[in-house]
Design a protein around this ligand. Structure first.
Ligand SMILES: Nc1ncnc2c1ncn2[C@@H]1O[C@H](COP(=O)(O)OP(=O)(O)OP(=O)(O)O)[C@@H](O)[C@H]1O
Ligand SMILES: [Mg+2]
Length: 281
């Protein structure tokens, strides 16, 4: 079990979810997919560095955890990039989150005492595929969701193994698990997913979002962040003003299709700034 990998692990507790009012359409698309409106069992969200993938993945994880539909989540990161515990961690969470699956997972563990030392592929078959195929879900029951973020952080050989496991026909035809993968468009992942049968996956490129929607989200983000700064620094109530916000949104266009705003982080660190507007630019 990798204690840091689940979205709500102790180490990740301060990592943010989407600010209310942002990513509205995309989150709705993901909800529709998760609730079974789209038949494809895999949703691949991709975008370049800092475009907000992990924030969206956390938001989805939180929402489905709260409604008892999250099967498991595994967030890779610089510090959680090892894959040894990938399968055991997912099995452990599935056993916790899906009570009907628990006895099947417990059975296999009692049969294979040395499971943690087996290859990941064997672990996957024994701990995940076999128990899931025994799970009886009432036909009305929505599938459980598995969320995997930042697969691109792993070594190439591990990416390959994990993709092979996640895209097994035997898993995808079960209709009991929906798999949400968020990553940079790393070549192996892109190749691995785009070569699947189109009935198995749907994908979303964060760069495809129209500029006007990105600008709207950035405006919400800026207003929220600068409100906090205004309070921290006891600034004039009219600060920063609509024009300054517009100008920052415009400047941010050079950087992103997400909400990573270098200006904000610089400003937050600038405790000895001379003028209040120098905090913005
Ligand atoms: N919808 C949002 N609401 C509030 N903040 C956001 C939102 N989306 C992104 N951010 C902020 O933007 C920054 C970058 O987002 P995030 O870490 O999710 O990007 P990423 O695409 O996962 O990047 P990487 O490719 O490096 O993993 C974070 O600081 C995050 O808090
Ligand atoms: Mg990320």
């Amino acid at each position: 079990m990798d204690q840091d990998a689940p979205f709500n692990s102790h180490r990740r507790q301060h990592e943010p979810t989407c600010l209310p009012g942002t990513r509205v359409d995309l989150l709705q698309d993901i909800d529709n997919w998760a609730d079974g409106e789209d038949p494809q069992p895999i949703f691949w969200l991709h975008g370049l560095v800092g475009t907000g993938k992990s924030t969206i993945a956390r938001t989805v994880a939180r929402r489905y955890f709260d409604q008892n539909q999250l099967g498991a989540s595994f967030f890779f990161s610089q510090s959680t990039k090892t894959v040894e515990n990938f399968v055991t961690s997912i099995a452990f969470q599935l056993a916790e989150n899906v009570p009907a699956l628990r006895p099947h997972i417990a059975d296999t563990i009692s049969q294979y005492g040395d499971i943690a030392t087996m290859s990941l592929r064997d672990q996957w078959r024994i701990l995940i595929l076999d128990p899931l195929s025994k799970l009886q879900l009432n036909s009305q029951h929505a599938p459980f969701i598995l969320i995997v973020d930042a697969l691109d952080e792993c070594e190439d050989s591990d990416i390959q193994t994990i993709l092979d496991m996640l895209t097994k026909d035997r898993l995808l035809t079960l209709n009991k698990l929906r798999i949400f993968i968020a990553s940079r468009p790393q070549i192996l992942i892109q190749y691995g997913i785009s070569h699947l049968d189109s009935s198995y996956y749907t994908s979303f490129d964060l760069h495809r979002i129209p500029r006007s929607i990105v600008d709207y989200d950035i405006t919400i983000f800026l207003e929220h962040s600068l409100k906090g700064m205004k309070e921290d620094y006891s600034l004039d109530s009219r600060w920063p003003g609509e024009e300054n916000i517009k100008s920052m949104v415009q400047k941010s266009q050079a950087y992103l299709s997400g909400l990573q705003l270098p200006a904000i982080s610089c400003a937050k660190e600038g405790s000895n700034l001379q003028s209040k507007d120098s905090m913005l630019f």
